[in-house]
Unconditional design. Structure first.
Length: 91
């Protein structure tokens, strides 16, 4: 499991803290969208990267995880744009 996403610019991104449960719920919603779409985008491993961060936090028993806000927002926006539901960016 890698702790760095290759297309991520850490210097220009705001890091936000989410409860591990919130991140889990958001990723599970994206997973359902991805699972039901035959043409689900891969987004260059972004989903997998965030999923791994969530799994690591759960395994370590952390109640919060720090996530670059732009990564999760970009992933959610891309999935919802492709599924026709529009932007779902929220903080």
């Amino acid at each position: 499991m890698s702790n760095s996403y290759p297309n991520f610019d850490a210097k220009n991104s705001k890091v936000v803290s989410f409860s591990t449960e919130t991140l889990k719920n958001r990723l599970n919603q994206l997973y359902q969208t991805r699972r039901h779409s035959q043409d689900a985008p891969s987004h260059d491993g972004l989903f997998e990267f965030l999923w791994d961060l969530k799994e690591k936090a759960l395994l370590e028993g952390k109640s919060e995880v720090e996530v670059p806000a732009s990564l999760l927002d970009d992933l959610e926006n891309a999935y919802h744009a492709e599924s026709g539901t529009g932007s779902r960016t929220r903080h």
